[in-house]
Design a protein around this ligand. Structure first.
Ligand code: SAM
Length: 216
């Protein structure tokens, strides 16, 4: 366990302690020291709103040379994802339970991250809830702050109007340039999808919009 983490809030009785795989935001130091957090200097990649953690799990198994950090607001989902990491005793994947926008603003050092992945951000369908969407000018600024120069931002969604907004924010941001996003490939097995939401949407035949940008 990292020396910079202070686990000060005792968990309620009966709640399994999943640390260090699942760490609540209030247990983070003001600014995370990545080398102390991971115990190595490997590149750090973020999965914002990791949900059940399919991407986090697969990517961390396939790329042991990278460290993957999921940020998940919903503690139940985050803990469920973390349990899979516990089972594997994964050394290069962790989940922080809390609001990603705060983690990005407050806890992640500037220019310290190699990639930010944001897959299927909540669409907030109702017009009056739209302002809850995570992609805003401020969110993109926060991603630009934490990314290294040359770092990548990946975002996919099955919501066409939300993708237009993401594209508008990203394409016009002075600190990002557009890259070609990966093409869709037919799945080789039932779990061969980037995330659970991609799997669900593709099984229903819904089109996926994929975006990729590079921090200048
Ligand atoms: C539609 S789900 C997609 C989950 C996963 N990325 C996937 O593609 O399967 C969106 C996830 O983002 C999480 N989320 C929403 N707002 C968030 C925030 N501010 N910080 C962290 N996670 C957030 C939600 O709790 C939910 O798990």
């Amino acid at each position: 366990m990292s020396s910079t983490l202070t686990f000060h809030n005792p968990l309620p009785e009966g709640v399994e302690d999943l640390r260090p795989w699942f760490i609540a935001i209030h247990d983070l130091p003001d600014e995370i020291d990545w080398a102390a957090f991971w115990g190595n200097e490997q590149p750090v990649l973020l999965d914002v709103g990791c949900g059940r953690g399919l991407f986090l799990y697969n990517a961390s198994v396939e790329n042991p040379q990278n460290n993957y950090l999921g940020l998940e607001l919903d503690f139940r989902e985050g803990r469920r994802a973390a349990k899979r990491l516990v089972k594997r005793q994964s050394e290069n994947a962790r989940i922080i339970g809390g609001d990603a926008t705060i983690v990005l603003k407050k806890h992640i050092p500037a220019h310290s991250v190699d990639a930010v992945h944001v897959y299927f951000p909540d669409p907030w369908w109702r017009r009056r809830h739209r302002r809850r969407r995570i992609f805003t000018d401020e969110f993109v600024d926060r991603c630009a702050r934490v990314l290294k120069h040359g770092g990548e931002l990946h975002s996919w969604t099955d919501v066409p109007d939300y993708f237009e907004i993401i594209q508008a924010l990203m394409d016009h941001h002075p600190e990002f340039e557009i890259l070609n996003a990966p093409e869709e490939h037919p799945p080789e097995h039932d779990m061969d999808y980037q995330t659970s939401f991609e799997r669900k949407a593709r099984k229903k035949g819904i089109e996926i919009h994929r975006g990729l940008w590079r921090r200048k």
